[in-house]
Design a binder for this molecule. Structure first.
Ligand SMILES: *Cc1c(COP(=O)(O)O)cnc(C)c1O
Length: 488
């Protein structure tokens, strides 16, 4: 085993140190003030390593990871776009990063102004009245938005409305958020082309319906052309329309959910607005609402006074707090920097470029991969495995083989509409050369599948591990070094 394959605990040697600080400069006064039962009894069990060990350890760890910064990452529904580094630098500015959430508003005017302006910018991109930036992620935004929906009906005394309609193709977080918010999920069917079946929707719309959750483009990347009719139907039945805006990227600057008739939406700043994601880093799921719902948004609120200053406010009609303070502020800074650097004109190119890239890949590969839904897609599309099913090569095999060629796999086996789903989203930040390389690799896999299927099934061969026991890893994960050691 090479040194860099070892865990940091295995590199540890008693007494080895990275740094030693002069003890006389760091004398700790007042240790006596800490109750003795709160003091540590044993030394912390931290690895004892040199600075160089640490540098190599983390550098080598990061090299094992695949990210947007290392290669093409066409993971459908995830919008793995390149995020300009300057936005990271701005978010790290100590003037913002070192603020305390409880310091007086007079001393944090810049941060409050940024919050205020960002929610206004999102409102204008969305065609809605106002946003809260407090929720921490997409699913948290969904929950917040559905709480707004519920609160709206309750505040009108319309307490019968406890059902929310969710398409059978929806992202798994949609029904989950609906359940957590206390609403009951009713499924509406999709047509073979992935769009909502309006005839199936009509009989579901009665006076127990709180609203519908949708996304447009829908889960298979197609624009719901009947959205205006659907909006009328739901509104006439007394319900509200919720827009899952995780897929806002193709719409940026072109189409606004508010104009399509949506009343509430969330946006994933960590997909569309310049925060890297994957691996559980900080996210942000701002929630926007139409005018008649503004009072219900969560506390705290950031408001602008007549003299142009900014202040923190709480609203009695609000549904309450959904986060500590104002959510993940660093993520908001990146989003604001991203919007300002693209500008009103630049942002209009995002959607069309993402859409062009997706259609280019789709058209270049549809002779060798099965395209179940023809026509112009938005930022992503779905193949149903290889066109030739006789080779026995599955979508999982293709995904693994792509790793050998240096590409991250697309999203696989989602949506559930097709048996061999492979959902590809290239994003607007990729060059034609990169798309062509990916197309070549996909064609090469298809050719191998026909000529030498065993090679594809054995993939990946260039990665550190080849075929992990995925079920075992999910059901009995080994998450600590101690557990690992005790099993060896
Ligand atoms: C990613 C995604 C979500 C959930 O967002 P999280 O930030 O992961 O909670 C919801 N809906 C759709 C369509 C998504 O792609």
């Amino acid at each position: 085993m090479k040194e860099y394959d070892k865990l940091i605990f295995e590199l540890s040697r008693p007494g080895r140190k990275g740094y030693e600080l002069p003890a006389d400069r760091f004398e700790i006064d007042g240790l006596d003030a800490i109750p003795s039962e709160l003091l540590r009894r044993n030394e912390p069990e931290l690895p004892e390593v040199s600075e160089l060990d640490v540098v190599r350890h983390y550098t080598n760890l990061s090299n094992k990871n695949f990210g947007v910064d290392t290669g093409f990452y066409p993971l459908g529904s995830c919008t793995m776009k390149y995020n300009p580094k300057i936005n990271e630098e701005l978010a790290a500015m100590p003037e913002f990063a070192a603020l305390h959430p409880l310091q007086p508003a007079e001393t944090a005017q810049g941060a409050l102004e940024l919050y205020y302006n960002l929610q206004k910018a999102l409102a204008s991109l969305a065609g809605l009245e106002e946003f809260t930036l407090n929720p921490y992620a997409g699913a948290h935004g969904e929950l917040t938005g559905l709480m707004v929906m519920r609160q709206y009906h309750i505040s009108r005394g319309d307490t019968k409305r406890t059902k929310v309609i969710v398409p059978d193709t929806a992202h798994g977080t949609n029904p989950a958020s609906a359940m957590v918010s206390g609403l009951e999920v009713v499924e509406v069917k999709s047509k073979p082309n992935g769009s909502i079946d309006v005839e199936d929707l009509k009989p579901l719309l009665d006076d127990t319906v709180a609203g519908i959750m949708m996304t447009n483009p829908n889960t298979v990347g197609m624009f719901e052309t009947e959205i205006l009719e659907i909006a009328d139907l739901v509104h006439n039945a007394g319900g509200l329309l919720y827009y899952d805006g995780a897929n806002l990227n193709p719409m940026l600057g072109k189409v606004r959910p508010g104009d399509m008739g949506f009343d509430i939406m969330h946006i994933n700043l960590h997909k569309t607005f310049s925060t890297p994601h994957g691996g559980g880093g900080p996210g942000s799921g701002p929630v926007g609402v139409a005018k008649h719902l503004v009072d219900l948004l969560p506390n705290p609120r950031v408001r602008k006074a007549e003299d142009g200053s900014f202040y923190v406010d709480t609203d009695d009609k609000s549904l309450g707090n959904v986060s500590t303070f104002f959510g993940n502020f660093g993520v908001m800074m990146k989003a604001y920097a991203y919007i300002l650097s693209l500008g009103k004109e630049g942002i209009k190119n995002v959607g069309p470029m993402a859409t062009l890239n997706a259609n280019y890949i789709k058209e270049s590969l549809k002779d060798v991969y099965k395209l179940p839904i023809e026509g112009v897609c938005k930022h992503e599309f779905v193949f149903d495995g290889l066109a030739d099913k006789s080779t026995g090569v599955t979508t999982l095999n293709v995904a693994k083989r792509l790793l050998d060629f240096g590409f991250h796999a697309p999203t696989i086996y989602f949506p559930l509409l097709f048996h061999e789903s492979m959902m590809i989203e290239p994003t607007e930040t990729e060059s034609k050369e990169t798309l062509d390389e990916f197309i070549d690799a996909m064609r090469r896999v298809a050719k191998e599948a026909a000529e030498d299927p065993e090679t594809v099934k054995a993939a990946p061969v260039t990665t550190k591990i080849s075929h992990p026991d995925e079920t075992g890893a999910a059901k009995n994960p080994v998450l600590s070094y101690r557990t690992l050691k005790s099993q060896q």
